[in-house]
Design a protein around this ligand. Structure first.
Ligand SMILES: [Fe+2]
Length: 187
């Protein structure tokens, strides 16, 4: 793929960017459903979206990124750049923990368990905010590091060791085509 600046964009980096658009689309849907939690909560929808994020973002996308960033660290980075990579690892762990907790609570609500809605709303809002900040952080600070720090042979190695390179998950109902541009989100 040719990027807007005319440069060759490695397939794997293109894949990571596409993942981000899909994840941002799901977060937007989650935000939409969160608005109705007080009045007409759609627990099935919220649960489905969180399950998708638990699988696709936390178990497929983040591990894929961690492997790519690990390769980058081993190529040699400045202390500041290394700090960014390790900060990102921490964010992945934090997001994974939050997704698990929220998905478990939403699944209980689907089963009819009475949920502390204001508490869930607060946790969900913090989660949505962190997810969007995380996507922007990676796109603005880490993907450029990959673009500059890895050459074609690195990308070829990574594409070979990451098997299969494509691990797309089924998109939640209504989600396809709702891919979002994280750069347009508010902070
Ligand atoms: Fe990411």
């Amino acid at each position: 793929m040719i990027a807007a600046n005319g440069a060759y964009l490695p397939l794997l980096l293109e894949r990571l960017s596409r993942d981000h658009a899909r994840i941002a689309g799901v977060i937007k849907q989650l935000e939409f459903l969160a608005d109705d939690l007080d009045t007409t909560p759609d627990w099935d929808g919220i649960s489905e979206l969180l399950d998708f994020l638990e699988y696709y973002a936390d178990k497929v996308h983040h591990p894929l990124e961690d492997r790519v960033f690990d390769h980058l660290v081993n190529k040699g980075l400045t202390p500041t750049e290394r700090h960014l990579v390790f900060k990102n690892l921490g964010q992945h762990e934090e997001i994974t923990g939050m997704t698990e907790t929220l998905a478990r609570t939403a699944a209980q609500a689907v089963e009819g368990v009475v949920i502390d809605v204001p508490e869930f709303q607060e946790a969900l809002a913090a989660y949505i905010s962190l997810q969007m900040r995380h996507l922007r952080f990676e796109e603005n600070q880490l993907f450029p590091l990959l673009d500059h720090g890895l050459d074609n042979s690195d990308w070829n190695v990574l594409t070979r060791v990451i098997d299969p390179p494509e691990q797309d998950a089924p998109f939640p109902a209504g989600g396809e085509g709702d891919e979002a541009d994280t750069q347009k989100e508010e902070s």
